[in-house]
Design a binder for this molecule. Structure first.
Ligand code: TPP
Ligand code: SF4
Length: 286
């Protein structure tokens, strides 16, 4: 088993002191260790943003891609070598703005991967423009009079779009967050972990205190059943004075990979291609 210490890299961490990303980093390293993953079988993929720096700080295989394209890259990696555990890291701008179309298609495909969204309700790296999840009325550099759009509700979209595991964590509840990530990694299918992550430099509204006063755990409710889609959707709508964290929804469904006979026995990367003659096929294009 890989220990969290073995997952540490030599890179100097560039996040602002107090940033919620530190908690996510601790949680992801503990979760990789607790889920029993090995470094050589694990791959982290990111886009661009403060969240996008995560691969630099976790000593596993990684790919830091371009803004909004975490899921296409993660999909390619998983289909090329489905023996790898693939974990995507996005920001709310990265994942629910420019990368939104990829999100919707990943939900319905149900490829076996974990998707962690560092949801700080702001564009952090580019210094404080409002993001798709910014609360209506929230004043930012790019909306000084307050945001006039309705926010994207990622968990609602994920459940309606066909995700088989939908959860929300909070960096102020670190042990709870780690356990969510472990469950997401072990889930067979596309698993979303949306994380409430304060950006202490640019989001002065959604602070640790603001979240702490609102979050509650779904596990503490007596009659909550995460396999009940209607109940899950009701909870996904809940935002304001009370914000639920935990597993909102889960179901068992075939993977996208299950329908690909080409990779049923051997991952694509391990298949022998030396003696395959494609001359005939190429001639068809002449
Ligand atoms: C195609 C493209 N468009 C815009 C940018 C500029 N850009 C870099 S990061 C970013 C948004 C960052 O916000 P978010 O994804 O929420 O991540 P955070 O920094 O808050 O973690 C933007 C717009 C870019 N790098 N590439
Ligand atoms: S800008 Fe915000 S999200 Fe980015 S490192 Fe600083 S506190 Fe964290």
């Amino acid at each position: 088993m890989t220990t969290p210490l073995e997952l540490k890299t030599k890179s100097k961490i560039q996040w602002c002191p107090g940033c919620g990303n530190f908690g996510i980093l601790t949680a992801i390293k503990s979760a990789i260790s607790e889920a029993g993953l090995e470094r050589h079988n694990t791959c982290i993929v990111s886009g661009i943003g403060c969240s996008g720096k995560t691969p630099q700080y976790v000593n596993v295989y990684s790919f830091e891609g371009i803004h909004g394209r975490v899921l296409p890259v993660a999909t390619g990696i998983k289909l090329a070598n489905h023996k790898l555990t693939v974990i995507g890291h996005s920001g709310d701008g990265d994942g629910y703005g420019i990368g939104m179309c990829h999100f919707m298609h990943a939900l319905r495909r149900n490829i076996d991967m974990t998707y962690i969204v560092h949801d700080n309700q702001i564009y952090g790296l580019t210094k404080g423009q409002y993001s798709p999840t910014s609360d209506k009325g929230f004043s930012t550099k790019s909306a000084p009079e307050g945001v006039i759009e309705e926010p994207v509700k990622p968990l609602e979209l994920a459940i309606a779009g066909g995700a088989t595991f939908v959860s929300r964590g909070f960096v102020g509840e670190l042990d709870h967050l780690k356990k969510l990530i472990v469950q997401a990694i072990k889930h067979r299918g596309f698993a979303l972990v949306d994380i409430l992550q304060p950006c202490v430099s640019f989001n002065y509204k959604n602070t640790y205190k603001w979240y702490k006063e609102r979050v509650y755990k779904l596990e503490d409710l007596k009659d909550y059943n995460p396999e009940n889609k209607i109940q899950a959707l009701e909870k996904a709508f809940e935002w304001g004075d009370k914000i639920p964290i935990g597993v909102l929804y889960k179901e068992t469904r075939n993977l996208y990979e299950d329908y690909l006979p080409q990779i049923k026995d051997i991952p694509l990367v391990e298949q022998k291609i030396e003696n395959i003659d494609i001359t005939g096929m190429m001639r068809e294009f002449i």
